[in-house]
Every structure is written in C-alpha cells, then in structure tokens.
Design a protein around this ligand. Structure first.
Ligand SMILES: Nc1nc2c(ncn2[C@@H]2O[C@H](COP(=O)(O)OP(=O)(O)OP(=O)(O)O)[C@@H](O)[C@H]2O)c(=O)[nH]1
Length: 205
C-alpha cells in the first residue's frame, strides 16, 4: 500500500479547506476553523492501486510566515498551492510560496524542482470580482513548470476531483522514479565496491 502525503498551501481565505473538503466529501462547506493545522486521512484506490492519502491543511501562510511553511514543505510528497482569483494579494503570496518550495526542494543539478506541484486559482464563480487574470495564473505555473487550473470549490466537484487524481498519479510516478534512482545509484556503488575489493585483489595475485 502506497502512502501519499500532500500539503495545501496558500493565503488565509483562499479556500484551501473548501477545496480539500470538496475532494474528500464531495460537499461544499461554507465555514471552517482557520486557526488550526489539520491533517486529513483517506484510503483511495487509483488505477487499481490502494493508497493511504494524508493531506496537511496548515494555518494560512502569509508572506512572512516562513517558519510555518518549513514543516509541510519538508514533509509533503506533493503540493497544491491555492490562491483566490478575486484577491491579488493571495496570488502574490502563491508566487512567494512557489519560490519557497523551489528553494527547499530543488532536487537536481540543473536547479529544477521535481516535486509535484499544482497551482490552483480558486473561487472561479467570483469572476465578476476577478483581480487575477487566468493568463497570469497560467504563466506563473509555466514559470514554475507545474500544471494550473482555475476551480470553484463552491460550484464544482468534478474538476477538483480530477486535479487531485492527476496530482496523486504524478506523485506516485515521482516516488517510483526516486526509488528507482536510489536503487540504481545503490547498485552502482555496490558494483564499484565489489570492483574495488575484487579488482584490487586480482591485481595483487
Ligand atoms: N464564492 C466562493 N467562496 C469560497 C470558495 N471556496 C471557499 N470559499 C469561501 O471562502 C472562505 C474561506 O474558505 P476556507 O476554505 O476557510 O479558506 P482557507 O484557505 O482554508 O482559509 P484559512 O483556513 O484561513 O487558511 C469561506 O467563507 C468559504 O466559504 C469558492 O470556490 N467560491
């Protein structure tokens, strides 16, 4: 059974809990306690594989709250960064969060972030009060090489379910890739070790 750990990050009121609860229960619940970190657990089956999903929904992250961010950033296998399309500050904060994830989780020599991330513009139903264009969300996602989607936790279950499913698939592939890479580098160093030991012996015979 695979364990998958996700974290939802974003500004206060961006709709992180609404997005998550929509996915977990199919329901939109108007108000949530916002002063506590919450960890949700669910068993899922995706592509015939059983998964233990854990989703961390921490207190909101403001631009200054780096220390709150560190915990979920180190812990999670994948991220959903949420902003509210009718609140430009939440978009700027999402930008900052993406940068912090990149700083903490750069995993290869080219400085690329390989950890799966999804950028989500929530409250699409409030487009009459829009402060962030869809094209701005898309280009921020392109800059960070992650998928992007606008959603409405208030009005639509299916698009939220689809994005969680895509992210979980991506996380499973990423975990498998990392495990294969570790195994490969492990067997390479084992081969090197064997070569060193027996190669040297052979020379001295
Ligand atoms: N119109 C509209 N309102 C939404 C939507 N999603 C969430 N809300 C509302 O936005 C408010 C904040 O939602 P939360 O889910 O508590 O936001 P949060 O990001 O978890 O906030 P914190 O817990 O404070 O970090 C609530 O009043 C929700 O009902 C949406 O898609 N459309």
């Amino acid at each position: 059974m695979n364990d998958i750990k996700l974290a939802l990050l974003g500004s206060e009121g961006a709709g992180k809990s609404a997005v998550l609860v929509r996915f977990l229960t199919r329901r939109f619940i108007g108000e949530y306690a916002s002063n506590a970190n919450s960890l949700y657990r669910k068993r899922l089956s995706i592509d015939g594989r059983q998964l233990n999903l854990e989703v961390f929904d921490p207190c909101a992250q403001s631009a200054e709250s780096r220390c709150i961010l560190e915990e979920p950033v180190d812990w999670a296998d994948g991220f959903i960064v949420v902003y509210n399309i009718s609140d430009r500050t939440s978009f700027l904060n999402a930008k900052n969060i993406l940068r912090q994830i990149k700083e903490a989780r750069t995993e290869n020599s080219k400085g690329e972030v390989e950890v799966p991330i999804y950028l989500v513009g929530n409250k699409q139903d409030l487009c009459h009060a829009r402060q962030v264009g869809e094209d701005e969300g898309r280009s921020l996602a392109q800059e960070n090489r992650c998928p992007f989607q606008e959603v409405s936790a208030a009005e639509n279950y299916q698009e939220i379910a689809n994005l969680f499913t895509k992210l979980i698939r991506h996380v499973m592939e990423h975990l498998k890739y990392r495990a294969d890479r570790r195994r490969y580098s492990g067997s390479k160093s084992m081969a090197k070790l064997i070569n060193n030991v027996f190669g040297k012996r052979r020379k001295s015979v």
